[in-house]
Design a protein around this ligand. Structure first.
Ligand code: AMP
Length: 191
């Protein structure tokens, strides 16, 4: 059977992590979040984690080769999976091109990009709310939260055009209840 590879896209606070869990269960996919992988490296105090930590706490992107290397390893280690949900990756044009090249080598490709769209003030509210309980230092300061949103707009949002050019972009309204947003995502995948 053909693999299903989904890029779950959107700004920080769009609900990518939350929605990934529902999509994983429904479609039997593996979840790959570069943010989670980087936080695990920080927790384990690896050299890579130490390198990433400063950039992450400033709300800046870590270098492309770091995240591309992590994703490549995961893809190669899971050849039997039904497919992947990419959450928080790719975030730059170079990452998107590297992902396409890796998937082509594995005889596969991106099926669809689901781009969650949420108003900026709602994102700030959600992230600062999450910061109160998540223990994520980058969710605690409004300055860092806004910096992450700027990084998204400058470096990441243009990827919508990259996937649109491949006919793979689906824009999803990311405002409203979690259940409504899940339903919109599943409709886009099934349709
Ligand atoms: P996230 O958990 O996706 O919000 O990511 C948290 C932080 O990890 C980001 O603000 C970046 O500093 C870093 N990060 C995660 N994924 C990437 C990526 N694909 N490219 C560059 N930096 C990333």
């Amino acid at each position: 059977m053909k693999k299903m590879n989904i890029v779950l896209f959107g700004p920080p606070g769009a609900g990518k992590g939350t929605q990934s869990k529902f999509l994983m269960e429904r479609y039997g996919l593996e979840h790959l979040s570069t943010g989670d992988l980087l936080r695990a490296e920080i927790h384990a105090e690896t050299p890579l984690g130490l390198q990433a930590q400063e950039l992450m706490s400033a709300g800046e992107l870590v270098p492309d080769d770091v995240v591309v290397g992590m994703i490549r390893n995961r893809l190669q280690d899971n050849p039997k999976s039904k497919g992947f949900i990419f959450d928080g990756f790719p975030r730059t044009r170079a990452q998107a091109e590297a992902l396409d090249a890796t998937l082509v080598k594995l005889g596969s490709g991106i099926t669809v990009m689901l781009a969650l769209e949420v108003e900026e003030e709602e994102l700030v509210k959600r992230l600062l709310g999450r910061g109160a309980t998540s223990g994520r230092p980058d969710d605690k300061s409004e300055e860092v939260v806004r910096k992450r949103i700027r990084e998204y707009e400058n470096k990441t949002a243009p990827l919508k055009e990259y996937y649109e050019g491949q006919g793979k972009l689906r824009r999803i309204n990311g405002m409203g209840s979690i259940a409504d947003i899940t339903a919109r995502l599943m409709k886009a995948i099934d349709g």
